[in-house]
Design a protein around this ligand. Sequence first.
Ligand code: PRT
Length: 108
Amino acid sequence: MSDSFSLADLEAIVAARASADAGASYTRSLLDKGVAKCAQKLGEEAVETVIAAVSGSEKDLVGEASDLLYHLMVVLKARGVSLADIHAELARRTAQSGLAEKAARPTA
Ligand SMILES: N=c1c2ncn([C@@H]3O[C@H](COP(=O)(O)OP(=O)(O)OP(=O)(O)O)[C@@H](O)[C@H]3O)c2ncn1[C@@H]1O[C@H](COP(=O)(O)O)[C@@H](O)[C@H]1O
């Protein structure tokens, strides 16, 4: 299972749980609170991931990064953005290196 588990599987789980009973699903209860609450949780998990990256163990980082990706999938669901949208944007960016993109930005 874990060898083949992907973000697409997590996206499908989040989509399925969005219509589950709120009392039986953390995902549904979070979505019911609205996008601002989902985004707040994403921000908290991002900070916890940063702390784990700087001073936690590898196990801590794996755990916090997993929480972060789950909460990102919930926020994308709350906003109606699909993983396919993200894949398309990432694919578009492969045409240019990050450094070239940074250099081409208009100066403020
Ligand atoms: N991957 C996850 C996942 N990662 C983290 N979490 C939950 O995210 C929450 C965040 O952790 P916190 O310590 O901030 O929790 P908390 O303080 O209780 O949260 P709040 O009360 O502030 O919302 C915890 O309750 C975790 O269990 C997740 N909940 C669900 N999933 C996936 O979603 C599936 C469906 O879950 P349900 O929607 O609950 O059925 C699960 O089988 C998993 O595959």
